[in-house]
Design a protein around this ligand. Structure first.
Ligand SMILES: Nc1ncnc2c1ncn2[C@@H]1O[C@H](COP(=O)(O)OP(=O)(O)OP(=O)(O)O)[C@@H](O)[C@H]1O
Ligand SMILES: [Mg+2]
Length: 461
């Protein structure tokens, strides 16, 4: 249906249509039952008359008695305008016929000779007649039977039926209209909770995302919908909160290095200093600028990932080889801290070499930062069917369970005490790793207990 009809209109029309159909079927049934009843009634009445005439016919014993019988019929039926009689003599000639109608003599003869017990109808001008014929043997020797037929005028029936049909039609139409109206009323009442929902949903704004639609006062059919809408509101609220927190976090994160830079510069300018002091200030500022610029490029990277603009290329990457190269890079640092780096297993995935290197590098640099002296970092690669699994495990103090769910959030650092010191990271590393892995149709998770922390990357082909 291309036209947008409201549910109320559709159901109202459906109600009216169905009730019209039912009433039409009912009326047809009633009319045909009454007509059948009339036929039976007429037949009985006509049979009664035939029986009356029959006994007189059977008593006729001579042809000379026939005129007297004709007179008898005439006398018996005079004044009965609605009852007509036809009598054919044994030789087939018409012995008696009522003058007020034209009797279909041939039909009467046929019906009688075929010994038909049913009535027959015929039309004469505007009137309809119903007749019954019978062949009755006489007592006249060597004579055939007489054909006797009686008929009635059906005018009173048809008048009654016309009036009855008219009344029935008027009643059925009124009933169909009433059903439609009732349907409209019932549907409007039934849909009232939907209108209420609409009103409540239209009140939800960015500042009232904590609104939830009522689940108890709603019919069961709508509970599922309301629950889904409430879950949607929950997700929206969550995303909105994260976005708002993110903006404030971002401002906060940017403020610290900018304040540091301003203070250092103002202190340096507060009095004349020698070239060495200026160089030191500039070097420290340069470090802060680097940190700022790294944070900004990380933010841009994440913003791109958020908007689906991060389109990884599809090279085949030998994971073992990439990790060996990363180990070469981190070797000096690891050696200094006496941390053992090991890689086990092999595997390959298709994706963007630089991005994946960045993702694993972030995990490796975190691991190195948190592994105590004489600790070890192990990377295990496993290829199982359509999945490639990379686990990065390091010894060291476990991450507390309260931090685990937030670890991949932007700017989240588990070690609160060291937040905002320029030597520490920006708290974006894991968020970037997660974005990269997701862009490669993968998943990242963390588990940490009993002196072991493990990050698992699972890539689906
Ligand atoms: N292997 C690990 N062991 C213990 N804690 C970890 C480990 N990896 C990450 N963390 C905790 O998770 C936090 C978030 O890590 P993430 O890499 O996102 O930020 P960062 O390392 O602080 O900064 P960035 O990576 O941007 O330089 C870290 O601050 C750290 O507290
Ligand atoms: Mg990090």
């Amino acid at each position: 249906m291309s036209t947008k009809w409201s549910i109320t209109t559709r159901l109202t029309l459906l109600f009216a249509l169905v009730s019209s159909g039912v009433l039409l079927a009912f009326s047809t049934f009633v009319i045909s039952a009454i007509e059948k009843h009339f036929v039976e009634q007429d037949k009985e009445a006509l049979q009664g008359k035939i029986v009356l005439i029959e006994s007189a016919v059977r008593r006729l014993s001579t042809p000379e008695a026939l005129p007297a019988f004709s007179q008898l019929l005439h006398d018996a039926f005079v004044g009965h305008d609605d009852l007509m009689v036809l009598a054919l003599a044994p030789d087939g000639s018409t012995l008696h016929v009522s003058t007020n109608i034209i009797f279909p003599v041939d039909r009467a003869r046929q019906a009688a000779s075929a010994q038909r017990t049913g009535t027959f109808d015929w039309r004469e001008g505007t009137r309809i007649y119903r007749g019954l014929a019978k062949a009755i043997p006489t007592s006249i020797p060597d004579a055939g039977p007489m054909v006797v037929a009686v008929a009635i005028d059906l005018n009173h029936h048809s008048n009654f039926m016309a009036r009855f049909e008219k009344t029935l039609f008027a009643l059925a139409t009124t009933a169909a209209l009433a059903c439609g109206l009732l349907g409209w009323f019932v549907v409007r009442r039934g849909l009232a909770p939907l209108r209420l929902l609409k009103e409540q949903a239209s009140n939800v704004t960015a500042s009232s995302l904590d609104t939830r639609l009522p689940e108890t006062s709603i019919p069961v059919e709508l509970t599922g919908l309301v629950q889904t809408l409430n879950q949607m509101l929950e997700r929206l609220q969550d995303a909105f909160n994260r976005l708002s927190n993110f903006s404030s976090d971002l401002a906060h994160e940017l403020r610290t290095p900018v304040t540091n830079l301003t203070t250092q510069t103002q202190v340096a300018l507060s009095q004349p200093r020698d070239a060495k002091a200026y160089r030191e200030t500039l070097a420290s500022n340069a470090e802060e600028f680097e940190r700022l610029s790294r944070m900004i490029s990380d933010m841009l990277f994440l913003a791109k990932a958020d908007h689906g603009l991060m389109l990884p290329s599809t090279e085949t990457i030998e994971l073992k080889q990439e990790i060996d190269e990363l180990f070469d890079f981190y070797d000096a640092l690891a050696e200094e801290r006496r941390v053992t780096l090991t890689v086990e297993g092999q595997g390959r995935i298709t994706g963007d070499r630089l991005m994946l290197r960045r993702a694993i590098s972030n995990l490796l640099s975190n691991a190195l930062r948190h592994t105590p002296t004489d600790g070890r970092i192990t990377i295990r690669i496993q290829n199982t069917g359509a999945r490639t699994h990379v686990a990065i495990e390091n010894t060291g103090q476990a991450i507390s369970p309260e931090d685990i769910p937030h670890l991949f959030n932007r700017f989240y650092r588990a070690d609160k005490a060291r937040t905002h010191t320029s030597s520490e990271g920006t708290g974006l590393g894991l968020a970037i790793t997660k974005a990269i892995v997701s862009a490669h149709r993968g998943n990242v998770s963390v588990s940490s207990r009993a002196g072991l922390t493990r990050f698992d990357l699972v890539f689906n082909e």
